[in-house]
Design a protein around this ligand. Structure first.
Ligand SMILES: Cc1ncc(COP(=O)(O)O)c(C=O)c1O
Length: 473
């Protein structure tokens, strides 16, 4: 057999394996349960000198690798925020791998660039973002937020920080709430602004940024000679999916001429539902916005949709064209490597195109509504159960709660009980639930946004939680 025939035969086997994996996914323990170092020690120290047979490689994949996999696509996976796949997305990823195109510039695969522009326009329309926002696909929301903060930094210095270095521009300030994702702090560190210059603004009881505290902090900073450059507001914080008051924050940013970046990494997908369009009030005053189709829009990791109002500033921040990348067409097309950090780019637009066309906007809306309905049903169960307590409003598909038997009010005791409960349910292998702390309370987080999740699976998880809680009480 020549190599193409071998590939054809192995690929057919693998597609069958993948189909069986999805059909039987519930047979795997959701969370990997192996000892640290066990996979590493099963891999030989030295690479093989001679070719190995695919049969042997694949059997080692099943024997060594599979036990160390946490099954993110399992309907028992309620942890973190999801990283959803779907079959159309998987098929597109197969094609993208097969083409192996590195899509850094228009010329290196014009179709990749132009499809990216087209599907980002689709996403902009689907989410209701203003028509003067332009989109580009980044790998993650962390990178998108870094791009926003770097562009804000550059715009505020007439693009001189890139030339002179940060020593010439001391005292920059960035603002976000105490509930903002850690990627904001990481971006501030990488941007050379210094984490001490990230001002964390307090929140209200529902974990939303308090805009009056924001304005006070900005005014005081200006008085003290600092230079406010960027505010990051969240639509859907990681802890509890709180929504910062974007419109009020946007007004403050406009008043002080500060870049406003909106991080909707997970919850942005809900904007495809008309009933959530109120969340975008004030967005026309924002400068950039990110959400991750790789979280909740059934598109394989990685795929982060970054939208920016002033794409020229973004390009001015990142553009570098050495001689070996020059082309005659570059002034007339988008070269997306100038819209972010990385030069080399995967063909990510293809999977978005496949997903949006296969489900259709109506189909996507139906799935997202189903996810949200399941979260609300779980919320009702929690509210009606005397041993449990809801800890945050349910805005999307995340439910935050804890085990709270009557008569026990000590936070330390309740925290330890809830940690024990979490470990016990996860140890069953049937579910994977993660936690956070809200107001110092150990909080169980359950996200009901799996691609193929059904009501019965949320019910099973809930019954398991109740039974386990009763047994440790
Ligand atoms: C609100 C928010 N922002 C940013 C991120 C980081 O996302 P990514 O892994 O795409 O960098 C997360 C991850 O959960 C998030 O919840």
């Amino acid at each position: 057999m020549d190599s193409v025939d071998i590939f054809r035969s192995e690929a057919h086997k693998m597609v069958d394996w993948i189909a069986d994996y999805y059909a039987d996914i519930e047979k795997y323990p959701v969370k990997a349960n192996i000892k640290p170092g066990s996979v590493f020690s099963a891999i030989p120290d030295a690479p093989p000198s001679e070719p190995e047979d695919m049969k042997q490689i694949f059997s080692d994949f099943e024997r060594i690798i599979m036990p160390g996999i946490t099954h993110w696509q399992s309907p028992g996976f309620f942890a973190y925020f999801p990283a959803n796949t779907s079959f159309p997305s998987l098929l597109a990823e197969m094609l993208s791998s097969a083409l192996g195109a590195q899509c850094m510039k228009w010329e290196t695969s014009p179709a990749a660039t132009e499809l990216e522009e087209a599907v980002m326009n689709w996403l902009r329309k689907m989410t209701g973002l203003p028509s003067n926002f332009e989109g580009v696909i980044q790998d993650t929301a962390s990178t998108s937020t870094l791009c926003a903060i770097l562009t804000a930094r550059e715009k505020s210095t007439a693009f001189e920080a890139n030339n002179k270095g940060m020593a010439a521009f001391e005292g920059m300030r960035v603002y976000c709430s105490t509930e903002a994702h850690s990627s904001v702090e990481k971006a501030v560190k990488i941007a050379g602004i210094g984490r001490e210059n990230l001002v964390k603004i307090g929140t209200d009881k529902e974990f939303r940024m308090d805009p009056s505290l924001l304005e006070k902090a900005i005014a005081m900073d200006i008085q003290n000679g600092f230079r406010p450059v960027c505010v990051v507001a969240a639509i859907g914080t990681t802890g509890s999916t709180a929504v910062d008051p974007v419109e009020e924050i946007a007004r403050i940013c406009s008043k002080y001429k500060i870049w406003l970046h909106v991080d909707a990494a997970y919850a942005g997908t809900a904007l495809i539902l008309p009933e959530y369009s109120y969340l975008l009030k004030g967005i026309d005053m924002a400068d950039s916005f990110v959400f991750n189709p790789h979280k909740w829009l059934f598109t394989n990791f990685d795929c982060s949709a970054y939208f920016v109002k002033d794409s020229e500033s973004l390009i001015n921040t990142f553009k570098l064209v050495p001689e070996y990348l020059r082309s005659q067409i570059q002034e007339h097309v988008n070269d997306y490597s100038n819209w972010g950090v990385q030069l080399g780019r995967r063909f990510r637009a293809l999977k978005l195109w496949f997903v949006i066309r296969s489900f259709g906007v109506n189909g996507l809306q139906e799935k997202v509504r189903h996810n949200i309905a399941l979260a609300n049903e779980l919320k009702t169960r929690i509210e009606e159960h005397e041993l449990f307590e809801l800890l945050a409003p349910v805005e999307f598909g995340l439910v935050c709660f804890r085990f709270h038997p009557k008569g026990i009010e000590d936070t330390g005791i309740l925290n330890r009980m809830n940690e024990k409960l979490l470990l016990a349910v996860n140890a069953t292998g049937k579910v994977y639930i993660t936690h956070t702390k809200l107001d110092d309370k150990y909080t169980l987080r359950m996200v009901t946004c799996q691609t193929n999740i059904e009501r019965s699976q949320v019910e099973q998880a809930w019954n398991l939680l109740v039974k386990t809680a009763e047994s440790i009480y």
